[in-house]
Ligand binder design. Structure first.
Ligand SMILES: Cc1cc2nc3c(=O)[nH]c(=O)nc-3n(C[C@H](O)[C@H](O)[C@H](O)COP(=O)(O)OP(=O)(O)OC[C@H]3O[C@@H](n4cnc5c(N)ncnc54)[C@H](O)[C@@H]3O)c2cc1C
Length: 307
């Protein structure tokens, strides 16, 4: 709870209380803001500009894009859609959120303050950093994928290297083995790696040794070199570490999280806190664009229905 004096001294952007403030400008946040505007609600979207979708070379599973869509292009089209609905993006970061005595929510940004009757947390998730020299080049070439959103159909006939070191992300390896006979587990150096290997490879054949660096070959394959000096060739690398939901703001509101650290939501996207909704990767798997957009639209409709 905050004191009335805090509210009075806050310089409130827009000068009024928004029906909804959406935090995060990835596919989920943009969809939520578009739907709120289409419902005629006053809304502000705040985005700090680190959407996972920005990293997508070409997504082939987004409905309406039979030839695939570059992640950055999709975000730009969605921002255009929001502007067409007279919606605005504030490029800033929400630093903290507090509940006012009357139930409204006060959001402190780096450069100002917002007041909201409802908020929708669409803050996404981050990949744990992969400590492997050369991995950024592989990612830039679109050859590093994440098992959580990877389409099985895209793996058939490919030599897939599964980068792993922890229990969290690897249970999917059993499905992977069924889909892709040539998938092999590649251990990378991290504290938990050696100790957990035997329980996490889920029957995947394992590359001997620990990967020391990776490089792109001229024929667009990936060369993985291990600490025994041997090099192994792959068509695609899959990171199997599991994503970490960005729940810093949710924690401030004591919102309930699930065992994977994602925000627990009900069927409408409502969290355990009144007037606080969540959608997209921050609300858990499957981490996919269409899922994020769909759940955000449901949350926006619920916010609208609450008036
Ligand atoms: C390399 C890669 C390839 C992928 N390929 C595909 C694919 O082919 N198909 C598919 O369906 N999915 C794919 N995905 C997954 C997809 O990108 C995500 O599921 C999707 O982006 C989730 O949307 P989101 O809005 O929940 O989160 P994000 O897109 O991550 O957006 C979250 C936003 O919240 C902002 N934010 C966080 N905290 C704050 C704060 N405090 N204040 C203000 N803003 C904040 C961030 O800056 C970010 O812009 C891929 C992901 C990666 C990493």
């Amino acid at each position: 709870m905050i004191e009335a004096i805090d509210l009075l001294s806050a310089s409130v952007i827009g000068g009024d209380t928004f029906d909804g403030v959406v935090i995060g400008g990835g596919p989920a946040g943009l969809a939520a803001a578009i739907h709120l505007r289409r419902h005629g609600r006053s809304v502000r979207l705040v985005d700090s500009g680190a959407s996972q979708a920005q990293r997508i070379g070409r997504a082939l599973n987004v409905a309406g894009y039979p030839d695939g869509v570059v992640g950055g292009h999709l975000l730009e089209r969605m921002r255009r859609h929001l502007r067409a609905a007279d919606g605005h993006v504030t490029y800033d970061s929400v630093e903290d959120i507090r509940r006012c005595p009357d139930g409204r929510l006060l959001l402190r940004l780096r450069h100002g303050t917002l007041l909201a009757r409802n908020i929708i947390l669409c803050t996404g998730a981050t990949d744990p950093p992969i400590n492997l020299p050369g991995i950024d080049d592989v990612a830039s070439a679109g050859l590093l994928r994440t098992w959580s959103w990877q389409e099985v159909g895209d793996l058939f006939g490919k030599r897939v290297g599964v980068l792993g070191c922890s229990r969290l992300g690897v249970p999917g390896a059993a499905d992977l083995r069924r889909a892709c006979a040539e998938a092999r587990f590649i251990e990378i150096d991290c504290a938990a790696g050696k100790a957990e290997y035997s329980s996490c490879h889920a029957g995947l054949e394992r590359v001997p040794g620990v990967a020391s660096h990776v490089a792109l070959a001229r024929n667009s394959t990936i060369l993985v070199t291990c600490d025994d000096g041997r090099t192994h060739e792959f068509d695609l690398l899959l990171a199997a570490f599991g994503a970490r939901p960005r729940t810093y703001l949710a924690n401030q509101l004591a919102v309930r999280l699930d065992v994977h650290g994602a925000i627990t939501v009900g069927p409408t996207g409502l969290t355990s806190a009144d007037n606080v909704y969540a959608a997209g990767d921050v609300a858990g798997a499957p981490c996919q664009i269409d899922v994020a957009i769909g759940r955000a639209a449901v949350a926006a409709a619920a916010v609208h229905d609450s008036f």
